[in-house]
Design a protein around this ligand. Structure first.
Ligand SMILES: NC(=O)c1ccc[n+]([C@@H]2O[C@H](COP(=O)([O-])OP(=O)(O)OC[C@H]3O[C@@H](n4cnc5c(N)ncnc54)[C@H](O)[C@@H]3O)[C@@H](O)[C@H]2O)c1
Length: 284
């Protein structure tokens, strides 16, 4: 039930006015969340303008950079990063130092930027802040987290995309892989998540979330397949452990605004935000 008292609402600042930021702002604007939008930041001012024009209740502050950030942070309870890996260091670290809660969508930064995850945990612990990392484009993190309370033998992610989903990948170009001639499914990479995120930055978020929830980026194995017979991005997750086995398959529809982002990622961000103010938490 939405709380009618606006003073009780969580005051939110959002960094990133792209596909995920827009869906979150619209959910706040349509009163789907007990939240109030205070600031919007995007390095492209036109992105801010486009988004603000869609909203009935416009934020008080908009900026194209981090100037005046500490005053902006004073005005909010929660900062949502839905921008880019760089933005995690630039905005999440100051927000935590200011004692604010944060939500991180560019979760790949947490394994690509050495030491960042530990730094975030330490600052959040010292300041009593919460760090929310939504499941994003995958499902199954609940079972993996539960299983990891016991022992986990293996975690494997198989990501399958149409060949055009890898267009512009520099690692494949260096390997001499010609995407346009692939007629049958072809395995492009097998290895640990830490290497997968280096060679396939487009898969970085899913591999990072799994690594953090489970057994880390060196033990989480990733297989990447180009499959000309499919239209959607498919993630299959297989976990084996003391608890038994888990298998999850997600067939993702792309976001209407950004084909690289799965629609489920924005929905999972909104579901996480709903969980912050709703008194009952279902699922692990
Ligand atoms: N966790 C997941 O499973 C998952 C799934 C999809 C996307 N993502 C990540 O979430 C983030 C947002 O995705 P999206 O689809 O909304 O992207 P998008 O490209 O549609 O929008 C990102 C916006 O952020 C802005 N931006 C980027 N870096 C910035 C910075 N340093 N400072 C200010 N503004 C900045 C861009 O100008 C852009 O308007 C991306 O990093 C993406 O990789 C995570």
């Amino acid at each position: 039930m939405v709380n009618g008292n606006r003073a009780m609402r969580v005051r939110v600042g959002i960094v990133g006015c792209g596909s995920i930021g827009t869906e979150i702002c619209e959910a706040i604007d349509h009163d789907e969340l007990e939240m109030e939008l205070i600031f919007l930041i995007d390095k492209h001012p036109e992105r801010i303008r486009e988004l603000v024009n869609r909203l009935k209740r416009r934020p008080k502050i908009t900026r194209s950079g981090s100037e005046g950030l500490s005053e902006m942070l004073d005005a909010v309870d929660l900062v949502i990063e839905c921008a880019s890996q760089d933005a995690v260091r630039e905005y999440v670290i100051p927000a935590l130092h200011a004692g604010k809660d944060v939500m991180i969508m560019s979760v790949g930064a947490l394994i690509c930027d050495e030491g960042l995850f530990e730094e975030i945990v330490n600052i959040a612990r010292a300041g009593g802040s919460r760090v929310y990392i939504p499941s994003g484009a995958i499902a199954g993190l609940d079972g993996l987290k539960s299983g990891a309370i016991g022992s986990i033998e293996s975690v494997e992610l198989r990501t399958r995309k149409p060949p055009r989903g890898f267009a512009g990948n520099t690692y494949l170009r260096a390997q001499g892989v010609e995407l346009s001639v692939i007629e049958h499914e072809e395995t492009l990479f097998v290895g640990p998540a830490r290497d997968a995120v280096r060679y396939f930055p487009e898969n970085v978020n899913v591999a990072a979330s799994l690594s953090i929830a489970g057994i880390g980026p060196d033990s989480t194995m990733v297989k990447i397949i180009a499959d000309p017979t499919i239209a959607e991005n498919v993630h299959e997750i297989e976990v084996k452990g003391e608890f038994g086995k888990l298998f999850v398959r997600v067939e993702n529809v792309p976001s209407p605004m950004n084909p690289k982002t799965s629609h489920l990622a924005a929905l999972s961000a909104i579901a996480t935000l709903r969980g912050i103010t709703y008194p009952v938490r279902v699922g692990t």
